[in-house]
Write a new protein. Structure first.
Length: 269
């Protein structure tokens, strides 16, 4: 009976990854290279659906059951979004193979926590970044990703929503206007009274937001920067597409505002 090359490749995939999970450290370049060398890594992941032991990628495949609000995600389920973000990341230019590996696997892992967050109520599955870190670390370990790269990837996973959250926070506080001056949390920070002018309120709000940006930069570890989060946010936004392809030739005002504030805070290097 003739055994096709495809069948041999499937067998090798299952066997080699099983050895890795069992504690060995085989050369997994044959596994990672197809993902890293193409501008359509989503096609590689689709092949993984039937060539890799489901246990190894169970946290990724769990995203197929996670629906998302069409308000933010016209592409549908979180798994589809993940593949679009992965393709968006693959289309960027990188300084090194290691940098490419970090961003592509961050794309693969960034929304793993959504499977832990319940039902999307239309406001997004907030908290999925930090909740996805343990899942990402386990998945990356099963795939044989080096520890230093694992930690960089997990740092992006943990903080990947921060650009969007900071911009939305400022927008929300702007809309609240002078009424926020009575808030005991912000009044000591922005130094105004309920009778203060809107202009002084806006100046104070900007100062308070710049503090948030500096705190974000201070929180980052493992060599990950605010610029890395901004870069990844563009991939994430491009993955919110109903066309089946990442968005192209599109600017995102929210991210441009994040860039501006990060520059003003002196944390965008």
């Amino acid at each position: 009976m003739k055994i096709t090359a495809c069948c041999l490749w499937v067998f090798a995939s299952l066997f080699s990854l099983s050895v890795c999970v069992g504690g060995g450290e085989p050369d997994l370049s044959w596994f990672h290279d197809p993902l890293l060398e193409t501008t359509r890594p989503s096609e590689v992941v689709r092949r993984w659906e039937w060539t890799v032991d489901p246990f190894i990628l169970k946290d990724l495949f769990a995203l197929r059951d996670v629906s998302q609000s069409s308000k933010w995600h016209p592409e549908g389920e979180a798994y589809v979004h993940t593949l679009l973000v992965l393709d968006a990341a693959a289309q960027d230019q990188y300084q090194s193979c290691a940098e490419r590996l970090v961003f592509l696997y961050a794309a693969l892992c960034h929304d793993l926590g959504k499977a832990e967050c319940g039902v999307d109520d239309g406001n997004g599955l907030y908290g999925h970044g930090p909740r996805g870190v343990p899942l990402a670390r386990l998945l990356l370990s099963r795939l044989g990703i080096a520890r230093n790269h694992r930690e960089q990837i997990c740092e992006i996973v943990r903080y990947h929503m921060c650009p969007e959250k900071l911009v939305r926070k400022e927008l929300r506080l702007r809309e609240m206007g002078d009424d926020l001056a009575a808030d005991v949390t912000y009044r000591p920070v922005i130094h105004i009274t309920p009778e203060g002018s809107r202009m002084s309120y806006m100046r104070g709000l900007k100062e308070a937001m710049l503090v948030d940006y500096k705190e974000l930069a201070h929180s980052l570890n493992h060599g990950v920067t605010v610029a890395d989060l901004l870069r990844f946010a563009h991939f994430d936004f491009r993955g919110c597409s109903a066309t089946g392809e990442p968005l192209v030739d599109k600017t995102f005002p929210e991210l441009e505002h994040f860039r501006l504030r990060a520059q003003q805070a002196g944390v965008l290097k």
